[in-house]
Each structure stands twice: as C-alpha cells, then as structure tokens.
Design a protein around this ligand. Structure first.
Ligand code: UD1
Ligand code: MG
Length: 453
C-alpha cells in the first residue's frame, strides 16, 4: 500500500454561516485543533503523502492557519460554491500530476478514522475505480443514499432527488470517497449540473463510473466517520465523541481516570502509564506527563512537562513552560508558569511561581510570590537547591536565593541571598505588655461617649 502514491483533497469551502461566527467553520476546534487539521492528520495517518485544500470563504485566514497544521498542503480557491464535484475540480492541477489514489474528504467531518481511509485505499489497490465509505443510520435524512443493485453500488442519490422508496434506504454516503487517480479527471469532467440548483455533485461519479463498467464499491464505517459539523451543537457533539475515544485510549494504555467523563484532553496530550488523574481535570495544548504522576482533582494544565512521580493539585494551575522534574510537588491553589521545579522540590500552597527555577528539594512556603513583572518586563528568580522560603514571602525579581538559603516568613526579598544565609526582609516585631487591654478600654470609653453625645 505504501508504494502507491496518494493525494488527499480536503473540501473546506463551506460558508459555515450556521456557526454564527467570524471564523471559517473548519477552523473551529476540537480538542484545541481546527477540525480540518483533524482531517489532515487522518489523511497522513492513512499514508497520504500529498494534500490539496480547497478553500473559499476566508481564504487568506485559511491559508495562514493551514501553514501551522498542513505546511505542505497546496491551497486551491473555489471561487463559486457550485457543488462538491466542482470543488474537487478546483484542485485539477494537483490531480493532473498523476496519483494512484485520490481521497476526497470534507473539512467539516473531523472524526474520520484513518482505518476507514486505509480500507478505501485497499479497495483501490484491488482494482476498484471508485470507493464510497458509507455508514448505516436509523435517521438517514439529509444524507445521500447508497443505491445498490445485485450487491453492487450503482448510484448515490441525494435526499432531495430520492423517490419515497429510496428515502427508506438507511445505508448512506459518509462523504468520504476514494477514486483511482488514472480515472479521476475523466469521471469528474462528466459530471454535469443535473439538479435544480445547478450544482455539480461529486456523488454523481458513482453512477457515471458504474454505467461505464468500472468497479464501484461501498465500504462501511461507523457513524462518527460521517459526522459533519454545521453548528456549535454538532461541534460539541464531535468534541464529546473525540474526548470519549481519547479517554478510552488513555485508560487502555495504563492511565487511571477515576471519572473519565470529567477529564478533558488536548489533541496532543502525552500521558504515561500508571499516572492517576482524579476527576475534573483540564489539559490544554502541549502537556507531556511521564509515568506514575498524580494529577489531583480540579487542576488546569497547559504547556507543561511533568516528570515521573510528580504530584499536582488539587486545584493547581500549570501554565506554559512549567517544567516539573521527578517527584516535584505543586499543590493546591498554586500557579506555575515558565519555571523549572527541580527534583523533589515542593510548592504546596497558595503560591505563584513565574519565570523561575526552584532547586532540587527546596521548600516554598504557603503564599510565596515571585514578583516577576514590573508592568513592562519579566524578570527571573533563581532559588537554590534545598532552600527554604518562609510563608508569605515576596521575592522581587531579578533575585536569587543561594543553595540552602533560608528566608524568614513574611519577607520581601529585594537583594540576592548567598548560599546558606538567613534573610529577614520584614519589620521587627515589638510586643508591649498590657497595652492590648489598655487600648480596648480607651476605645470602648470613646465609643460610649460618642453614643451619649
Ligand atoms: C454531502 C454529500 C452526501 C453525503 C453528505 C455526508 C454530495 C453532493 N453530497 O452532502 O451524499 O451524504 O455530504 O455528510 O457530495 N463543499 C465545497 N464546495 C462546494 C460544495 C461543498 O467545498 O461547492 C464542501 C463543504 O464545505 C463541505 C463538503 O464539501 O465540507 C460537503 O458539502 P455539503 O454542502 O455539506 O454537502 P451535504 O449536503 O452535506
Ligand atoms: Mg454537510
């Protein structure tokens, strides 16, 4: 299979007005990745080397976005939206280069399974000229019906062109089609605008090819493969299915999810075996977790690297650049951003650590703040190995605390502290015996006098 060359054409010229959005429909995200990028990933996973993106509405924005998730894709603009066959022909220049396999996919059908693509390619390799990936549903309304005669696919009939009898067919066109490269242009060029709307249907190539004696085949895939997104309710439905798949995959690879339906992954979350994720955890993009970590309930994690046996949360927020080394601990109501927390260091309670390094085994007391920003620039705080930062301290960056340094509680540290030094950065305490009682009496008499007067 891998020796066969393959072009994937992804149709993404839909207007998407039902999303009620300034953003082109296919750039709306699932698990943090534009839905069209999910389709690109599936095409790549099925061994499709070349990619053509057919775009219309928001072409410039689409081109810019595609650079990120499909840098090698060639973009073709379909100026007028005249139907799916017309859209495919916008990529005529790419098709003409000559490929063994052509896959046609929709940019708004993000849950497509690479296995369904691979299965369709296999049929091409076996000699089929057109392969349609179908699915069965109890509610086929809106979908093109697959018309079979004597076990052979002979046509796809769009809902509005169906007879009452044909409307009862529950085997539907999922929208994914594979066409033998050497016949593709010939077949596509024969599609005329047969319908009332003057649209050129890609689906008509089935009837054309079948009538000319080509081998036309339908394969079957699950409903998700065909789930097209037209509004935000369907977007949420697709997100739900994606998350369900990912949770299952995580659990089967050795991750414990205590309440899987409350854990949300990003498209790129990496998570090692024997990690336990408690309920209500959110992973944003760019998270890598090694083995045996504990992610306690209600943590929000993005752009963070978490080494083995770390302990995070409950209620922790790890932001981009948080880099927790082996057995580090970041506890409740702590925020860590762009900071290395070295082996065994502890940041346990109510703390902000930003633009910093915390040396191995250091202990950061409750309420510690690295004051990293002066309103204009960010500055770095370096905390040495084994240092102890007393509770409620402010470390005003740039500043460094040496190895084994000891900071008294409530300090505001503005000057660097050498190794093993003890630093106080707070007012000295004064205790006046009996003064508390005296003060109370004075205040109560004053209040009584005010009431009388
Ligand atoms: C299409 C299929 C139908 C199938 C259904 C599955 C055709 C004629 N019909 O119907 O058999 O059951 O998908 O979801 O193919 N597009 C363009 N340019 C166009 C028209 C469409 O790029 O001129 C793109 C759209 O952005 C979309 C895709 O093609 O991504 C499908 O178009 P859509 O209008 O959604 O087709 P359906 O009516 O859903
Ligand atoms: Mg559709």
């Amino acid at each position: 299979m891998s020796q066969r060359s393959c072009l994937s054409i992804i149709l993404a010229a839909g207007e998407g007005t039902r999303m009620k959005s300034a953003v082109p429909k296919v750039l709306h995200t699932i698990a943090g990745l534009p839905m069209v990028a999910h389709v690109v990933k599936a095409a790549e996973a099925a061994g499709s080397g070349e990619l053509a993106l057919v775009i219309g509405h928001g072409a410039d924005e689409m081109r810019k976005a595609a650079l990120k998730f499909a840098p090698r894709a060639e973009a073709f603009v379909q100026e007028k939206r005249l139907g799916t066959a017309h859209a495919v022909l916008a990529a005529r220049a790419a098709i003409s280069k000559g490929y063994d396999d052509i896959l046609v996919m929709f940019g708004d059908t993000p849950l497509i399974d690479p296995q369904a693509l691979a299965a369709a390619r296999l049929k091409l390799a076996e000699g089929a000229a057109v392969v349609v990936v179908g699915f069965r549903t109890e509610n086929p309304s809106g979908y093109g019906r697959l018309i079979e005669k004597a076990g052979k696919l002979v046509a796809i009939r769009e809902e509005k062109d169906c007879s009452d009898e044909e409307k009862k067919i529950t085997f539907c066109n999922g929208g994914l089609m594979a066409v033998a490269g050497r016949h593709a242009l010939k077949l596509l060029d024969q599609v005329g605008s047969k319908n009332a709307k003057g649209e050129y249907y890609l689906t008509d190539i089935v009837e054309i090819a079948a009538a000319q004696g080509f081998d036309v085949v339908a394969t079957e895939a699950s409903f998700e493969n065909a789930l097209g997104i037209n509004n935000r309710a369907e977007l949420a439905q697709a997100e739900g299915i994606w998350q369900q798949r990912r949770r299952r995959e995580a659990m089967l690879s050795g991750v414990t999810l205590i309440a899987p339906e409350t854990v949300f992954f990003s498209h790129d979350t990496e998570i090692g075996a024997d990690t336990v994720v408690e309920p209500n955890v959110w992973f944003g993009p760019g998270v890598k977790i090694a083995t045996g970590a504990k992610i306690h309930a209600f943590s929000h994690i993005e752009g963070a690297t978490i080494a083995s046996n770390c302990d995070v949360g409950p209620f922790a927020r790890l932001r981009p650049g948080a880099d927790l080394r082996t057995k580090a601990k970041v506890g409740n109501f702590c925020e860590v951003k762009q900071a290395i927390v070295e082996e065994g260091a502890k940041v346990n309670h109510l703390t902000y650590i930003g633009d910093a390094r915390i040396g191995a085994g250091a202990n950061i007391g409750a309420g510690t703040i690295t004051c990293n920003y002066d309103g204009y620039s960010k500055f770095f705080t370096d905390i040495g190995e084994g240092a102890f930062i007393g509770s409620n301290s402010s470390l005003v960056a740039p500043v460094s605390i040496g190895k084994g340094g000891y900071i008294a509680s409530g300090s505001v540290i503005t000057e660097s502290v050498p190794d093993d030094a003890l630093a106080f950065g707070r007012a000295r305490q004064r205790t006046l015996p009996g003064k508390g009682k005296e003060l109370r009496e004075r205040f109560s008499q004053a209040a009584a006098a005010r009431k009388k007067g």
